[in-house]
Design a protein around this ligand. Structure first.
Ligand SMILES: Cc1ncc(COP(=O)(O)O)c(C=O)c1O
Length: 402
């Protein structure tokens, strides 16, 4: 066989995607309880589904044709209006917004657009898995600052100050966070914006869970005076509209960044999913989005979150975690149990799956600060199965510790 590129050796397969593939195979088995991947388990808004049917029936040629590389202008303008509502910042739908194939593509294009060899990107540890490999592919280097359970998983602004160097090109901010569920503090964002302006680096804001907030309000970095021109804001419809399979997201950024991304996108996917974009116009009409979030998404997930939190406290009293104020996850420090069991978090997760058919994600996948933790999502399973899953975890731990 002819050889493959050296580039491929730079990156690893996403362990969460491996678990997702395993689960796909095991789907026939109803007994597997998944606290694994954060895929919404609710149907999308009815208006969106009706529009999907309507488009296929009434306008198949238009809906299934190509669109421009940046996406449909109508949708980009609606997104600009929507962002104004939440951030107070004016975006030009034509020049400063681009539709992407999920935010995964937005993240990939961002790093390819801004990084030169050995440029540094600061990540919080633990953090979402989707940043490290695109940074490596783009030639960048990763610097990490810790977030600890005892501080509510809030990173320390002093650590951020100390990690900035002449080579710092970007900082990635995720709020609400995956894997910890914390909403970033205003104090931290204020320090971040000041530093970005002083040292001239990008703030990459990942807003995957921007509206999935159970208490208080989210903090948007671009809302700070002067921050817009330093911020590349990456978003997705996967979580807030429950359509991860349609693969639609968007990026809001200064026009030079959008132009750079457009060039790259012409050679990766040519253009985003036209059909899904037409359907998404309905998401922004007549308050559909706000109603869906307020009446369906938030109450359903909040109630599952409350139940999972209560059960973790009851069945795993030595574990440490925070009540996530947003997103879909509990990030649980289970070191007291691991010590008794003589196992690490990866062994815990694989044996738990084998012995009790419960999926959790090892915390060490998210960075070294995640050693001895597991991430458990509460979106995939209804409440009775959340209860059963935690009881199975308890039985599993108990069988080792008596
Ligand atoms: C923080 C975060 N960013 C980005 C993504 C990617 O989502 P998508 O590519 O479906 O938009 C995910 C998916 O779980 C995520 O949790």
């Amino acid at each position: 066989m002819p050889y493959l590129s050296d580039r491929i050796e730079l990156i690893r397969i996403s362990p969460i995607r491996m678990i997702a593939a395993l689960l796909d195979k095991a789907r026939a088995s109803r007994s597997i309880i998944s606290f694994g991947g954060g895929a919404p388990s609710l149907p999308p808004p009815r208006e969106l589904l009706e529009e999907i049917e309507n488009l296929i029936r009434e306008k198949p040629i238009k809906a299934l044709g190509y669109c421009g590389t940046r996406g449909l202008p109508e949708l980009r303008n609606l997104i600009a209006e929507d962002l104004k509502k939440y951030t107070g910042v004016e975006y030009d739908g034509e020049k400063e917004i681009m539709i992407t194939d999920g935010s995964t593509e937005g993240i990939f294009l961002t790093f390819l657009s801004i990084l030169n060899k050995n440029d540094e990107v600061i990540l919080i540890d633990p953090t979402y898995l989707g940043y490290t490999e695109p940074i490596k592919l783009a030639g960048g280097r990763i610097v990490r600052i810790p977030a600890k359970v005892e501080n509510g998983y809030q990173p320390d602004p002093e650590d951020l100050k100390n990690s900035v160097t002449k080579r710092t090109r970007a900082f990635v901010l995720l709020s609400p966070d995956n894997p910890t569920g914390r909403v970033i503090s205003r104090e931290f964002v204020k320090t971040l914006v000041d530093l970005a302006q002083e040292h001239d680096f990008w703030i990459i804001y990942d807003g995957a869970y921007q509206h999935i907030v159970y208490e208080g309000e989210n903090t948007w970095p671009q809302s700070y005076p002067g921050a817009k021109e330093y911020t590349i804001s990456v978003h997705t419809f996967s979580k807030e509209a429950s359509i991860p399979g349609l693969r639609v997201g968007y990026v809001a950024a200064p026009k030079e960044v959008i132009s750079a991304m457009e060039k790259l996108k012409q050679y990766t996917s040519l253009a985003p999913n036209t059909f899904a974009q037409y359907a998404l116009l309905k998401f922004y009409e007549n308050g559909v989005k706000e109603r869906y979030l307020r009446d369906v998404v938030i109450p359903t997930y909040k109630s599952r979150r409350d139940l999972m939190g209560e059960l973790i406290r009851k069945y795993l009293p030595e574990a440490r975690t925070i009540t996530p104020h947003g997103a879909f996850y509990f990030f649980v420090d289970i070191r007291p149990y691991l010590e008794l069991m003589g196992r690490n978090d990866k062994e815990f997760a694989s044996r738990l799956l084998y012995r009790k058919e419960v999926v959790v994600i090892p915390g060490s996948y998210f960075g070294s600060m995640g050693n001895g933790h597991v991430r458990m999502t509460f979106v995939s399973e209804p409440e009775e199965r959340i209860k059963e899953g935690i009881e199975r975890i308890w039985e599993f731990v108990f069988s080792y510790t008596i």
